[in-house]
Ligand binder design. Structure first.
Ligand code: IVH
Length: 674
């Protein structure tokens, strides 16, 4: 390759890597695996070293990527938060060992082998045994303060015990266990949300939520693996981690001292298979020099320590013929292509079906009829197709056609702007969608009508007895008795559970009516904020966006829902049937006072609070007539400043002469003291 050819290849690689960085960090929807990404990065780094004339300070090889998001306060790391160099083969591992031994001379290293957890890096700072701050990696120099969210993770101690240092930082990996991930994704699918691609993305997305109570419901977990801070009595990494276990941290049982490369290899080989039985995802092994003095002597490069390396496992794949593709219609009209495969063994199970995600993915992978395809299993619910074997392609193969019409009702499909999925727009006529909506409505988490099931709903539709959820409330005993499988007893059961659903609280009714993107927790927030279906149905997009974790997309969807006459009729009939359409009146004995103290004021809440959560504080403000807004502007009336609030916000408020009150001052103002 000459310099000109290298220049072109370098430019192409940089563009490709930047694109994937964006997909990974900003969109949280990676298009390729870590392994492929690393291959691109390595090729670029190699070319840049061979052709230094094309080097650039803005090359993606010069940065670690960023998970910074503007809503969180940014905090500088006391010690840069480094990444690890990766190796993919025995040979590269050997080279690492040789480098270490050469640099250390006579003093042979003791290695510590650990699993490489596939999650999100976190730095926790403790003062006097109390957790004071949790910061993400960010760009390695500064990260997001996510303390409020991290406090909800039960395996992270808020206060320590034993003989801990007075001030120190401990780093580790926050992850979502596979079982939690599977349940979360099942729920998201059910709610018409795009599922997370893998547990790592789910953990990253969860950590960046605005509502820490939703974070708490997601059950994240955390392993710690790196203690930082001067003046510690321990002289090795392993000893430090064992000591940290005594202070209350979750330290992996698999951390193993290895005296030489052979023992390291054994650890790698053993966990290559055993890791598949762990309840969380791992993608490699981290090998660290134990002795802290040796670590210091080996030092750091700009991005990675020289005393540690990550051995990455290749993801497990199987290759098998693609038999056919089903296009499934969901209750929101989303079309999901699912591949039927010739059954094949993969990571301990037999795989028959695999997700193809959407039309783009089919085009991107250029999947054709009759192809042999590669399937991979991540933490996904069903495995995914990651590529095609070109050598096994039949000569005159045809590209796989994405249907133009709904496989159920025949309506031409649409693809809304910014959506990767196709939808059947026949929301009020497509039988699969209508039935799906009723199935969702009677579901356990919604109206919990357990006397009916999926098959009964199909029967009710087939006999023309039910066309939407409201029709359930006018069903009569003799109508049910006409159906196959129904006798007096089962008919009475069904009617009793329909009757019981009239006592289900408002927020579950709101969830049950199936507004697109309104999942359980959003329904709860909306119900609490607006108090009644009526208030919510007349809210504007802007008003809806005042609710925690409600962005424009959800707000638009709510407005659209209530604008449709069918939905207005549905809600009206449900109300007439006697379903709960508002939050219960506050208990007369409750200590919550309300007033007009903040009437007409727009209030910004920022930082973290000690007496109540941020959401509760916002609710309190609303109860006293105030309106919470998110950004400070000249029309802001008041700023409630909590702990660790961003200096920029404080400065802006001061400049604009906005009244700034503390949490305690606000309580005093509202007469809520004591
Ligand atoms: S040590 C300076 N140990 O992998 C030492 N990292 O690809 C830095 N990771 O940034 C990290 N498991 O987020 C270490 N047992 C482990 C790990 C681990 C997962 C993550 C961590 C790191 C990334 C590098």
């Amino acid at each position: 390759m000459d310099s000109n050819q290298a220049k072109a290849r370098i430019a192409a690689l940089r563009a490709e890597i930047n694109r994937h960085n964006h997909l990974y960090y900003v969109e949280a929807t990676p298009a390729i695996g870590d392994y492929e990404f690393d291959q691109l990065l390595r090729e670029l780094a190699l070319l840049e070293s061979q052709f230094p004339e094309h080097d650039s300070p803005n090359s993606p090889t010069r940065r670690v990527g960023s998970d910074l998001s503007s809503q969180f306060v940014q905090v500088r790391h006391q010690h840069p938060m480094l990444s690890l160099a990766n190796v993919y083969s025995e040979q590269e591992l050997g080279e690492f060992d040789t480098r270490i031994r050469k640099a250390l001379g006579d003093s042979a290293p003791l290695y510590i082998c650990e699993l490489k957890f596939d999650g999100v890096a976190i730095g926790l700072t403790y003062h006097h045994g109390q957790l004071v701050r949790a910061v993400t990696r960010g760009d390695g120099t500064a990260g997001d303060d996510v303390t409020a969210n991290v406090r909800t993770i039960r395996t992270i101690p808020l206060s320590l015990h034993g003989d801990y240092p007075d001030e120190f930082e401990i780093r580790g990996e926050i992850f979502m266990p596979q079982s939690v991930f599977a349940e979360l994704n099942a729920r998201r699918l059910d709610e018409g949300e795009t599922p997370f691609a893998n547990p790592r993305n789910a953990a990253a997305g969860t950590l960046k939520l605005q509502s820490s109570s939703e974070v708490a419901r997601r059950h994240l977990d955390c392993y710690l693996y790196h203690v930082l801070g001067g003046g510690l009595p321990q002289r090795g990494h392993f000893e430090l981690c064992q000591a940290a276990k005594g202070w209350g941290f979750k330290i992996s049982e698999q951390m193993t001292p290895c005296r030489n490369l052979n023992e390291v290899r054994q650890f790698i080989a053993r966990w290559e298979t055993e890791r598949k039985h762990l309840p969380y995802d791992t993608d490699g092994v981290v090998i660290k020099v134990n002795d802290l003095a040796q670590q210091q002597a080996l030092g750091l490069t700009a991005k990675t320590p020289r005393w540690a390396v990550a051995y990455k496992y290749k993801p497990e794949r199987a290759c098998t013929p693609l038999l056919s593709v089903d296009f499934q219609v969901g209750r929101t009209g989303a079309i999901t292509p699912v591949a039927n495969l010739q059954p094949v063994r993969l990571a301990g199970t037999t795989v028959k079906r695999a997700s193809l995600h959407n039309a783009d993915q089919i085009v991107l992978l250029d999947i054709r009829q009759g192809d042999w395809v590669y399937v991979e299993k991540g933490g996904e619910i069903i495995p995914k197709i990651v590529g095609v074997e070109p050598t096994k392609r039949p000569p005159s193969s045809q590209p796989l056609a994405f249907p133009k019409r709904c496989p159920d009702c025949g309506t031409p499909l649409v693809r809304p702007e910014g959506e990767a999925r196709h939808f059947c727009p026949n929301l009020y006529g497509c039988p699969t969608q209508l039935m799906g909506k009723v199935e969702h409505f009677i579901g356990r988490r919604a109206l919990n009508i357990d006397g009916l099931g999926q098959e009964t709903v199909a029967l009710l539709f087939a006999h023309g007895l039910v066309g939407n959820a409201a029709d359930l409330y006018s069903l009569r005993r003799e109508q049910l008795m006409m159906l196959e499988r129904f006798a007096a007893k089962s008919a009475d059961n069904a009617l009793a559970s329909i009757e019981a659903s009239k006592r289900v609280p408002f927020y579950r009714v709101l969830y049950g009516i199936g507004i697109r993107y309104v999942g359980e927790s959003t329904a709860r927030s909306l119900a609490e904020h607006f108090g009644s279906m009526e208030a919510m149905a007349s809210a504007s997009v802007e008003q809806l966006m005042q609710v925690p974790d409600v962005g424009e997309r959800i707000a638009q969807s709510v407005v659209q829902f209530f604008a449709h006459p069918n939905n207005q009729a549905l809600v009206r009939t449900l109300a007439e049937a006697g379903l709960q359409m508002r939050m219960p009146e506050p208990d007369a004995n409750s200590s919550t006072k309300t007033s007009n103290e903040l009437k007409g004021l727009s209030v910004v809440v920022s930082g973290t609070f000690s007496r109540i959560s941020r959401d509760e504080l916002k609710q309190l403000i609303a109860q006293h007539g105030g309106r919470c807004v998110s950004g400070i502007s000249s029309s802001t009336s008041m700023l409630v400043a909590g702990d660790r609030m961003g200096p920029a916000k404080l400065q802006k408020a001061t400049q604009l002469g906005i009244r700034i009150v503390s949490e305690d001052e606000l309580f005093a103002l509202l007469g809520q003291d004591g």
